[in-house]
Design a protein around this ligand. Sequence first.
Ligand code: F6P
Length: 329
Amino acid sequence: MAKAISTIGILTSGGDAPGMNAAIRAVTRAAIYNGWNVKGIYRGYEGLIHNEIKDFTTESVSNAVTKGGTILKTARSKDFMTPEGRQRAYEVLVDQGIDALIVIGGNGSLAGAQTFAREFDIPCIGIPGTIDNDLYGTDSTIGYDTALNTIVECVDKIRDTATSHDRIFFVEVMGRDAGFLAQNSAIAAGAEAAIIPEHLTEKDQLDEFIRRGVRKSKNSSIVIVSEGKSNGVGGAMYYAERVRNEYPEYDVRVTILGHLQRGGKPSAYDRILASRLGVASIEALKEGQRNVMIGISDDDIVYVPFNRAIKNDKMINKELINVLNVLSI
Ligand code: F6P
């Protein structure tokens, strides 16, 4: 029979995302509501290995729902990628009397939880927290909506100056290997095109934009470019340079939005999503679930096994691509 849970540990890992604090608050309060103890683990897996852990009370998370970043701090731990690091992390959990672990993070963080749960007998529950929205099995990840709104606000401003100067702007947005932020911000900001990693091998998206998007009547354009994190091509600089070389008649500028996309107060949507997923993570543990990510699908809570959440490529809806194409004529 599985060991009864009386104490849970909670950590945030990988890139921070607005709404993580709302999730920490929800997990903490739902656990306490159910009579469990909560331990906050600082700096993700790195802090777990180094025993940076504090008891959490309901007051520890007061007002957290409104705050950006993560009050638990975060890190990308190299040590946790080694068997020795994970062994040490397990020993710390045992020493601290932690019976289950809640991990809030993106792809890499949940992959870490999956490996850990395979090696040691500790129930792990994942909560999708990343602005990239690249986890399979959930319609949205915590932070994605806020980041999308931040990008749109910035692009609206860039539009003003692009129009005044008749310029083409390549605006680079985050997303790692996923184009959700780029595609949807392009639609919402009325951009002329989006260049996304999902389509890199299919066609030359720049050529397509030049042929289709830059018309005589339209002297300014905005192209949202997904960062080329690991695809070898890409980034706004690359496309701007190509235009300078191949179409010198255009006046081109680049804006890289960078980490401002990860900051700021979470949107109402992200706060509600994080609160729901946090409460559901405790319900899942009560039901004896382990090694699943809590997701939301068609407005219902779902449990997604780690291997499905992190391995399957979450597809961009083709209809969104069509919408942008139709509207940017
Ligand atoms: O995964 C979230 C994310 O913001 C990605 O969009 C981006 O590629 C990466 O993290 C940046 O990581 P760092 O903050 O370590 O530079």
